[in-house]
Design a protein around this ligand. Structure first.
Ligand SMILES: Cc1cc2nc3c(=O)[nH]c(=O)nc-3n(C[C@H](O)[C@H](O)[C@H](O)COP(=O)(O)OP(=O)(O)OC[C@H]3O[C@@H](n4cnc5c(N)ncnc54)[C@H](O)[C@@H]3O)c2cc1C
Length: 415
């Protein structure tokens, strides 16, 4: 096969930019096309964690029984807008199907195969773009009401243990010593030291984009309306201003990728799993770790732009207006467990996690078309897995001798 010389990447979120970087450093001439390359996007406002030890799939055995409780609780972690239910059903049914034990271990292994190389792929890129030292080795503490509640989540800790993830149990005194801001309602924690925290996800995405442009990568502001095809090959993309041609066309358009895959006749189950947060510029507390409140399922991230309180999984499609009541609810929960938290002057945000029902990204070449590849569907782990997704894809496209295997992430699994 002739070595590809140029590539079009659709999408300038963290995943698209990392793919562009991985192709660029291998000598490919890259053009990125995004309708809003510097605007707000999912990669800007997230919690900023490199959640390296997160190999636990979202759909787990027995979880189905928790779903009604979550849906009925207005402060709960899950909501589905009624108008979106018909469109959402196939995804939900597939999601529940993936909770079978044999699927869980296959998915955890595939997540771990990416997560295991996150730092090795991120660190050289961070150094090259001048962002080294701004991703801190802080670790994460999962906070529980007490030891009994921790024991109820034994299943997920067993999965982490089976995949070689080290963690440390923290009794009440140790938890309070490590994070004095946590109030009396919580008395048990688990430290996952592997997690790293990005100072400011928006600044990282901006630094990477600017580095790429200053090193010769073209950035085109345009909506990609369609793929340009001929016989069994994708030749490039069609925008309102004209067509762009290349040897490789890569769809990395986050939660919007499904439409382009559908045009290529490749169906996949992809939902926008909308998440909410509030960034507090004057939090009045100091945190040394990312905190995950396990029972209530929300995160508190110590970023340089403030403390960010977020979470929630809302299924309402790509166009429904945000319901910032969810950000308010998360803030009220945070105040309950971090009593000194100053919630004044918060900035609210909503983003579209691109989520597949099996918790795995869609990564690798098209099964139908030559010249077409995909990198989307990273759900809760898009920042974590972006650099490795780019490198793994570039290895498959340009360095086949490396033997990188993307079978588990292929779009072909939806057929
Ligand atoms: C509340 C919240 C917290 C999160 N916390 C974390 C975390 O701590 N750690 C972590 O790893 N992940 C986290 N995530 C997930 C992570 O943010 C996403 O997985 C990741 O940002 C997805 O990146 P992306 O590049 O695939 O998509 P995006 O950042 O959404 O970028 C997609 C781009 O494609 C462009 N586009 C779409 N369609 C077209 C088209 N037709 N033509 C041209 N351009 C197009 C869009 O304009 C956009 O710029 C979080 C997400 C949320 C919502």
């Amino acid at each position: 096969m002739q070595q590809p010389k140029n590539a079009i990447v659709v999408g300038a979120g963290m995943v698209g930019l990392c793919c562009a970087y991985a192709l660029h450093i291998r000598g490919v001439k890259v053009t990125i096309v995004d309708r809003d390359p510097v605007g707000d996007k999912t990669s800007y406002g997230n919690a900023g964690a490199l959640a390296i030890s997160e190999c636990v799939p979202h759909s787990l055995p027995g979880q189905i029984w928790s779903i009604p409780k979550w849906l009925l609780d207005p402060m709960g972690p899950l909501s589905i807008r009624p108008a979106h239910i018909p469109q959402f059903m196939p995804w939900l049914l597939a999601y529940l199907g993936h909770s079978r034990k044999k699927n869980v271990s296959h998915i955890a292994k595939a997540l771990q195969a990416i997560n295991g190389r996150v730092s090795a792929d991120y660190d050289p890129m961070l150094k090259a773009i001048g962002y080294a030292g701004k991703v801190r080795d802080k670790g994460c503490i999962r906070v529980y009401d007490d030891y009994k509640s921790f024991k109820l989540s034994a299943q997920e800790w067993d999965i982490r243990k089976q995949h070689g993830q080290h963690f440390e149990l923290l009794g009440e005194a140790e938890l309070r010593r490590m994070e004095p801001a946590i109030g009396q309602a919580k008395s048990f924690g688990v430290l996952q030291p592997q997690w790293r925290i990005i100072d400011d996800p928006k600044a990282l995405v901006g630094s990477l984009r600017e580095w790429l442009v200053s090193h010769g990568v073209a950035l085109v502001t345009a909506n990609v309306d369609a793929l340009v095809t001929q016989d069994k090959r994708v030749l490039g993309v069609k925008t309102p201003a004209g067509e762009h041609f290349s040897d490789i066309t890569l769809v990395a358009a986050g939660a919007w990728s499904k439409q382009l895959a559908k045009q290529a006749g490749e169906m996949c189950l992809l939902e926008s799993e909308r998440g909410y947060n509030t960034t507090l510029p004057y939090p009045n507390i100091a945190l040394s770790h990312e905190l995950l409140f396990a029972e209530q399922m929300f995160a508190v991230s110590p970023l340089t732009v403030g403390v960010r309180v977020g979470g929630a999984s809302e299924f309402a499609g790509l166009t429904a207006a945000p319901n910032f009541k969810r950000s308010d609810n998360l803030l009220a929960l945070a105040k309950r467990y971090l009593p000194d938290l100053n919630t004044e002057n918060g900035q609210q945000w909503m983003g579209h996690r691109p989520s597949t029902p099996d918790s795995l990204p869609v990564l690798g070449p098209s099964v139908k078309w030559q010249g077409l590849s995909y990198a989307f569907g990273h759900a809760h782990l898009g920042m974590t897995q972006a650099a490795s997704s780019g490198q793994m894809l570039a290895e498959v496209l340009l360095e086949p001798d490396k033997g990188t295997d993307l079978t588990a992430y292929s779009i072909g699994r939806f057929i």
